[in-house]
Design a binder for this molecule. Structure first.
Ligand code: ZN
Length: 313
């Protein structure tokens, strides 16, 4: 009895020691795995974390957030595609960053910060080539409430027909994107403003704005497609690559976005030459976006059904 009584705990001790060693080993292995995962996460190497996985043919897959559909230079905002205001929107007052080639109505005129440099280049070139420096940026980004007020005022002052043709209902204005501007002309001697009708020297904008990434957004001959009447004062930033193609082929943004749908990732990409560079543009439906593994590229949501990739070749 005594011996067995003594032996039993000894046996148990031996068993316990073995279990402890195994536990320690398991813990060690788990620790190493967790540590490796932390290192990989820090380096951004895990596919789950960034939504990136390798593809075979020089492209990789990126999983985009659906909210990003509203972002980028090709976001289409019109009467059929309302703008879904993001919680945080980066905007800057043009007034604080503008050069001396033009006027800005006041500090409330804001734009997407990336667009302001291009606006400066555009205005500087116009001023240099024509000697005219009286263009006034009178409107840029608008909140939902801004547009509501404009819309209500227009209905009261100008009536239903005019409003339907020229003023978007709140939520449906391209000005919500922070990529569009309205121009007017400001006479500094008299302090008076004049509508920007694009006549005379101001016609320069229609021939040259594309070089700086801007397009005339609402042209009379496109009003059936855009849903708006002729607005010679309203310009939209889409980037130089897209602006050059739209200008050359006389496409408004609705037509261009549709054309890009005919150039999906797994089909023939649209090739655009600009200066000495060549770009490939293609459409990725949904949120699975394929981008080149190497080289420069830009992704823009179309504010409808997918993303557009523009890759430098
Ligand atoms: Zn406008």
């Amino acid at each position: 009895m005594m011996t067995t009584h003594i032996k039993r705990p000894a046996k148990r001790r031996g068993h316990k020691a073995l279990v402890n060693i195994l536990l320690l080993l398991a813990l060690g292995v788990i620790s190493v795995l967790i540590y490796k995962q932390i290192l990989a996460d820090a380096a951004g190497l895990t596919s789950e974390k960034e939504g990136v996985s390798a593809d075979e043919d020089g492209f990789k897959l990126i999983k985009m957030d659906k909210e990003k559909l509203t972002q980028g230079e090709l976001a289409l905002v019109n009467k059929e595609h309302p703008y879904d205001f993001p919680e945080h929107r980066e905007l800057a007052a043009i007034f604080d960053q503008k050069n001396d080639s033009y006027f800005v109505r006041d500090k409330n005129v804001r734009l997407d910060p990336d667009v302001i440099d291009h606006m400066n280049d555009l205005m500087e070139a116009f001023c240099k080539e024509t000697g005219v420096g009286d263009v006034n940026v009178v409107s840029g980004y608008r909140t939902y409430e801004d547009q509501q007020k404009l819309y209500d005022d227009s209905l009261t002052e100008k009536g239903r027909d005019y409003t339907d043709e020229y003023v978007a209902p709140p939520g449906f204005s391209e000005h919500h994107s922070g990529l569009a501007v309205d121009l007017s002309i400001y006479h500094i001697q008299t302090g008076k403003s004049e509508e920007f009708d694009g006549k005379g020297k101001y016609g320069w904008f229609y021939e040259n704005a594309w070089k700086y990434g801007f397009v005339l957004r609402y042209d009379a001959n496109k009003s059936k497609v855009t849903g708006f009447g002729d607005e010679p004062w309203h310009f939209r930033y889409v980037g130089e690559v897209h602006a050059s193609y739209m200008k050359e082929h006389d496409l408004c943004l609705e037509e261009y976005i549709n054309l890009l749908r005919e150039h999906p990732y797994d089909g023939e990409h649209l090739k655009i030459s600009l200066g000495k560079k060549t770009y490939e543009t293609y459409f990725c439906k949904g949120t699975d976006v394929r981008v080149p593994k190497d080289g420069h590229y830009a992704i823009s949501g179309n504010n409808a059904d997918g993303f557009i990739v523009t890759a430098e070749m």
